[in-house]
Design a binder for this molecule. Structure first.
Ligand code: GLN
Length: 590
């Protein structure tokens, strides 16, 4: 096993995750099977209970793991399927060590951060790195380890120590460290001092950076590179610049142009590793497709405006996977995405009185957008605004996509305004609701909040007589699709008949037939609500069918896109195979 540790210095939030995923992608194009582990030095067990406005979205995995959003980057860039153990937190590691201590596994020893905790971190990394993450079922050759935060933080110290021990455990040519740094631009001068300090901190912590990736606004000047190389005592080609580019999909190209992959191959002795021809060919296809897609956006001019009506819009990372899924769809439709963020509470009646400027601005965005998406969320705030936007779409034949909470609210809107249930609502906001269209799922634990929702990948069965469904057609008229879930509430099965009479179709249900998974309106351009979260399975080279359909309908090209994509693989079916035939045709495989 080879390890690539990606750590950060100076400040966090400069794109360490994108650099780490890009590095993984480049290794994949070299014919290697790549996995990844994200280390988050916070005490929470997982990201499930963290406020999206503070920490960005919670990314949901196949196995129901509620993970840091960086795992989404890896899945999207590498086309892999990760599990909950691929996200290590301080909370998880402590819990593991304390459980062992209680079992008596330490045989009377004093249990300490070093060596017990640091050993457990290394054991965890070694165990998880070996787990196959793609359909080839192959043990990965390389594992990218991203260490959250910055080196020098108190809370990341045990992980830094563990990594410096792992460096020795892994042995020569099996461990490489990339230190991501930040080079601020003051006036027109690129300042190197913060990076110099960060590198010296990393070294005193026992790590030896092999590559220094410098984030900066403008391309790194030759003089800056030379200065960094001499001040940090590294070779010139160990310094790589990552300046701002038009899209993050271009970062792998930017790294490749600077010989990044070559440098990694050299240090890790990649060329001497045995590789299957099939994977080498596959790597080449991925790279060609990636380059094509990443650059195509520079030559696309037709703009499609999508309004995202949500309650966490002040931090765009809260909807990371949703916005990525929309980007993937736009790239494959060869259009430019203009994503307009609308705070749902601004659409509500009372807001017209309190802040008319915001109210009219929000309504202008909704009423002029080509399509409207209401994504997932929790709690009552802003939900009446979301209901109003679903109403707008239904009445005006504007493409609509409701995801999870968005789907539930579209059902409430329909119940109220079409079925005459004027008191319809969701039990999530009013437990005493007279006409609960959305109810608490019976099997969900009401006492514990962490990890107790209906989580992870589950089946949705298309119902008989729904062959007309636009979404079903795009899925290739499959009987069954598998998508990831995260919810506590669901459509009230007792109201389904009445809603159906009103004209709402429940085109997809779970295996029991009692849980509603997909709603759709027949006489509409595209009015779809899904209880699952299709955004979690959208990939750069294999866009989510649900998002693709929604975007194509908004762009006015649904028929041609359906024709083009109905037979392509979709990750949600776990059908991605490294088959010879798909290699030959070069279809989207990842
Ligand atoms: N709050 C809703 C529920 O728990 C929707 C959840 C979501 O959108 N992820 O069912």
């Amino acid at each position: 096993m080879k390890y690539v540790l990606v750590s950060g210095g100076v400040i966090s939030g400069v794109g360490k995750g994108i650099i780490a995923s890009s590095c993984g992608l480049l290794l994949k194009t070299a014919g290697l099977a790549v996995s990844s582990i994200k280390i988050d030095p916070y005490l929470n067990l997982d990201a499930g209970l963290m406020n999206p406005l503070e920490h960005g979205e919670c990314f949901v995995l196949d196995d129901g793991g509620e993970a840091d959003l960086d795992l989404g980057n890896y899945e999207r860039y590498l086309g892999v399927t990760l599990g909950r153990d691929n996200n290590i937190t301080t909370g998880k590691i402590y819990q593991h060590v304390i459980d062992k201590e209680r079992r008596g596994d330490y045989l009377g020893k004093t249990v300490q951060i070093v060596p017990h905790l640091t050993n457990e971190i290394q054991n965890w990394v070694e165990r998880v790195a070996k787990v196959p993450v793609d359909e080839s079922g192959r043990e990965p050759d390389v594992c990218i380890i991203e260490l959250g935060g910055t080196v020098g933080d108190i809370e990341s110290a045990p992980f830094v120590e563990a990594m410096s021990q792992l460096q020795r455990r892994a042995g020569k040519n099996n461990f490489l460290q990339i230190q991501v740094s930040y080079v601020p631009l003051i006036g027109s001068e690129q300042k190197t001092k913060p990076t110099q300090r960060a590198i010296s901190d990393v070294r005193s912590a026992g790590l030896r950076p092999d590559l220094i990736a410098c984030r900066c606004e403008t391309p790194l000047e030759e003089s800056t590179i030379q200065k960094l190389a001499s001040a940090c005592q590294v070779e010139r080609d160990q310094v790589v610049g990552v300046h701002n580019v038009a899209s993050t999909y271009q970062v792998p190209l930017l790294l490749e142009r600077q010989g990044f992959l070559h440098g990694i191959k050299d240090i890790l002795h990649i060329d001497s590793m045995k590789k299957e021809q099939k994977l080498l060919d596959y790597g080449q296809i991925i790279w060609q497709e990636w380059q094509g897609l990443a650059m195509s956006q520079d030559h696309v001019f037709e703009v499609v405006s999508i309004a995202l009506v949500g309650k966490y819009t002040t931090l765009h990372d809260s909807y990371m996977s949703v916005s990525k899924a929309l980007e993937h769809a736009a790239m494959h439709c060869k259009k430019k995405l203009d994503l307009i963020w609308v705070e749902s509470s601004h659409l509500e009646d009372q807001h017209e009185q309190t802040n008319p400027a915001e109210y009219y601005k929000a309504w202008h965005a909704v009423s002029t957008a080509s399509g409207i998406i209401v994504p997932g969320g929790f709690g009552e705030r802003g939900t009446e605004g979301m209901i109003k936007s679903a109403h707008w779409c239904r009445k005006n034949n504007v493409p609509f996509l409701g995801v999870c909470l968005g789907m539930q609210l579209a059902v409430v809107e329909f119940a109220r305004n079409v079925c005459g249930m004027t008191k319809a609502g969701s039990a999530e906001f009013d437990e005493q609701c007279e006409q609960p269209a959305i109810i608490y799922m019976p099997e969900i634990d009401k006492t514990k909040l962490g990890g107790t929702m209906r989580l992870g990948k589950r089946a949705t069965i298309f119902q008989p007589g729904t062959e007309w469904s636009r979404l079903r057609k795009l899925y290739g008229d499959k009987q069954e699709v598998w998508e990831r879930h995260r919810h506590r509430y669901e459509v009230n099965p007792d109201m389904v008949e009445q809603l159906e009479k009103g004209g709402l179709s429940f085109v997809g249900k779970d295996e029991s037939g009692k849980r509603m998974e997909i709603i759709e309106l027949k006489d509409h351009k595209w009015f779809v609500g899904v209880q699952f979260h299709p955004e979690y399975l959208s990939r750069v080279l294999a866009p989510s069918k649900t998002f693709l359909g929604f975007f194509a309908a908004s762009a006015g090209c649904l028929d041609s896109i359906t024709e083009l994509f109905k037979d392509t693989h979709d990750l949600s079916h776990r059908e991605v195979r490294l088959s010879v035939s798909s290699l030959q045709t070069g279809n989207s495989l990842v």
